[in-house]
Design a protein around this ligand. Structure first.
Ligand SMILES: Nc1ncnc2c1ncn2[C@@H]1O[C@H](COP(=O)(O)OP(=O)(O)O)[C@@H](O)[C@H]1O
Ligand SMILES: O=C(CO)[C@H](O)[C@H](O)COP(=O)(O)O
Length: 482
């Protein structure tokens, strides 16, 4: 255990001393804020220092984000102040030729619960989880155990596309190979019809089930890509009549309380008796929620392993020809899509440390002459929906600074093309872009994007999707319907 102390001022007059930044092995790093007797300068005129004690813990909310490269949690109080956060990279286990992702996610979930500071656990009143969209797990409907390896968010099942296009309306959201429905139909055609009773769950649904034990529940954001219609609040008739319809989970609004945390988990970790587990959402929507953008025209670009765009719009648009779809956000629409460009390409070429050092040498006001289409492998979802689109990352200049500049600027051009496409398709005009995800820390990239987009671009106050998941958990606490 390596102790190091970091002081973070929470933007108030209260100096809260962090108990420690602890290395807990396996690269876990968390910081804890504990309200205890602190010194406040209360401006009482005579400069006397007064010892005051900050109140005891209030109700706390736990949000977990299961992204592409790792998972994180954020714990907030009713005012939205972060009380603790931590992150873990996924342990990787090989199962034959592929990774055993389900084992990695399950292990990471319970390791993160262990990382929650013990003295906060009894104050956590609700929990929610966001996961990667269209990451699909087919489970045994009796035991909840996976019957098949998960289909990951960016995996494409083109074999099912003709069947899906034959049942869904033209250019519907499900009419791309990476849709959840294509993954379900592909599995059904291969093994489904002769398998024991099964259920379809998304990554966030299955992780939440591990905590609450109620099998077969999802949220209307995760359900979008299997064909759920958030405008109708139901599965459409063209899907209900399909032979695999019975595999689909029931759908609730994100943040809806589903059940109390399972007793064995409460007892093992010391969570409170009536801690509720709430329906989740997708990672890019959680990032949008974290940014707290509430007006149409505001957008969030999540610069994680992928580039996911969410624009708050009064109008709902969808066009699978370009990978454009609309998620519901209360009474408005989150229009956008997710490109395979983004941080995953950067991570193939540079470490985070190299990214930081090289980016410092970039002049963001200079236009890079390099024109790439950065992809980690062949296949793109948005703003071009082409499962065979090849990466373009050559010619590589001598200078890594110039190379990185070219890549960052090329990703910015893809982002600009995406926002231009949404405008052409009739979405509310974007007027400001907030940035979330790992790339949000790169100030030079933000300046490049501002120049290329011709819009105000800034880092969101909260750039972690886990913060958005914790905000969802606060919704569940307010509903108190259990
Ligand atoms: N300084 C940086 N500039 C640009 N990108 C960065 C920087 N540091 C990290 N990243 C990128 O951020 C990504 C991780 O962001 P994160 O939001 O954690 O991803 P995810 O949730 O998709 O796993 C990595 O792919 C990495 O390349
Ligand atoms: O690319 C991703 C992986 O991080 C996103 O999960 C996903 O594709 C975004 O989808 P949605 O717009 O449904 O949230």
């Amino acid at each position: 255990m390596v102790g190091a102390v970091s002081i973070t001022h929470p933007g108030s007059t209260v100096l809260v001393s962090w108990t420690s930044i602890k290395k807990c092995g396996n690269g876990v790093c968390y910081k804890v804020r504990k309200p205890k007797a602190v010194t406040m300068s209360l401006g009482n005129g005579n400069n006397e220092k007064e010892e005051v004690s900050v109140g005891t813990r209030g109700r706390l909310y736990l949000g977990l984000d299961f992204g592409t490269s790792g998972a994180r949690f954020g714990i907030i109080d009713k005012s939205g102040t972060i009380q603790a956060e931590a992150k873990r990279e996924y342990p990787l286990y090989l199962s034959g030729e592929s990774y055993d992702w389900v084992r990695s996610w399950k292990e990471t979930l319970f390791l993160l619960l262990q990382d929650v500071p013990r003295d906060l656990r009894k104050h956590i009143v609700s929990i929610s989880i966001d996961g990667t969209s269209a990451t699909t797990i087919i489970v045994d409907s009796d035991t909840g155990e996976p019957l098949w390896r998960p289909f990951l968010y960016n995996e494409s099942c083109p074999d099912a596309l003709p069947t899906v296009k034959s049942i869904a309306p033209p250019n519907h959201t499900v009419c791309t190979g990476s849709s959840t429905l294509c993954k379900l139909v592909s599995w059904w055609n291969r093994v489904g019809s002769n398998k024991k009773p099964a259920l379809l769950l998304h990554q966030a649904d299955w992780l939440l089930w591990l905590l609450h034990g109620k099998l077969g529940v999802t949220d209307y954001n995760n359900a979008l890509k299997v064909g759920y219609d958030p405008g109708l609040d139901s599965y459409p008739s063209w899907l209900v009549c399909q032979p695999y319809y019975h595999l689909l989970p029931s759908v609730v609004a994100p943040g809806t309380p589903i059940a109390c945390l399972k007793e064995e988990i409460r007892n093992k970790f010391g969570f409170k008796k009536d801690c509720v587990v709430c329906a989740g959402t997708t990672d890019s929507i959680a990032a949008f929620l974290a940014a707290r953008a509430t007006q149409p025209g505001k957008a969030v670009t999540s610069l994680g392993s992928t580039l996911a765009i969410k624009l708050l719009s009064n109008t709902r648009i969808e066009d699978s020809r370009f990978g454009v779809y609309s998620h519901r956000l209360d009474d408005k629409w989150l229009v956008g899509g997710a490109s395979n460009t983004g941080g995953a390409v950067l991570r193939q070429l540079f470490t985070d440390d190299q990214l930081e050092k090289l980016s410092e040498q970039i002049n963001p006001s200079e236009t890079s002459p390099l024109d790439y289409y950065p992809l980690p492998k062949a296949g793109e979802r948005f703003p071009v929906a082409d499962p065979n689109l090849a990466p373009r990352l050559l010619p590589r200049p001598e200078s890594d600074v110039e190379y990185l500049h070219g890549i960052l600027e090329s990703i910015a051009r893809i982002e600009a093309k995406a926002y231009g496409l949404l405008k052409e398709l009739g979405a509310t005009q974007v007027d400001e872009v907030f940035t979330a995800g790992g790339g949000a820390k790169n100030d030079k990239w933000i300046k490049i994007r501002e120049r290329v987009l011709g819009l105000p671009v800034c880092r969101a106050n909260q750039t972690e999707a886990a913060y958005g998941a914790a905000l969802l958990a606060t919704r569940g606490d307010q509903q108190n319907i259990l």
